[in-house]
Design a protein. Structure first.
Length: 169
């Protein structure tokens, strides 16, 4: 297993269907239950564990997941409401060093509950034509709504696996 990409890299089908979207939304909808099961009763020592040398610790991972979902949700909405908006990246390593990354993980789990609920509600209303709407990421170029939904689901699962690896170390 590649510890950096324990569930593999994001793989989006060339022709995403509404059935693909529904599958990804199902994962997003149940994610916080699985995250809570992994992190709810952790000690500070466990929250400080990492999945590999130089990686985020469990606490930082939970906050990073919330930060990323927030950014990706905003980009999704921009793609659906603006014509090819350009969006900035965010320097995740620097975000993980800000003081709020030391707060209890519960705040980020609560954020994820709300953000994911909104993502699922929005995602269930998508039409096939909306899947091709897009934004332009300043570093990564054109990203479609379909790809963003796939990434929203993949990213959470990717880091949940990192948390599980860290806790098993």
């Amino acid at each position: 297993m590649d510890v950096k990409f324990p569930i593999g890299q994001l793989d989006v089908p060339e022709n995403v269907t509404l059935a693909d979207i529904e599958e990804w939304l199902d994962r997003i909808e149940t994610y916080t239950l699985r995250l809570r099961a992994a992190v709810d009763s952790l000690s500070d020592e466990e929250l400080a564990k990492t999945y590999r040398g130089g990686s985020f610790n469990v606490r930082q991972l939970v906050h990073h997941i919330a930060d990323s979902q927030l950014n990706m949700y905003q980009r999704l909405k921009l793609a659906l409401t603006d014509d090819a908006p350009t969006v900035p990246g965010f320097v995740q390593d620097e975000w993980a060093q800000l003081p709020d990354a030391e707060t209890p993980v519960e705040s980020s789990v609560k954020m994820l509950e709300g953000i994911n609920e909104r993502i699922v509600a929005l995602g269930k209303t998508l039409t096939e034509s909306q899947l091709d709407r897009y934004f332009v990421h300043e570093a990564n170029g054109r990203i479609t709504v379909a790809t963003k939904i796939a990434k929203l689901a993949w990213h959470e699962e990717h880091h949940l696996e990192h948390i599980k690896i860290a806790l098993s170390n």
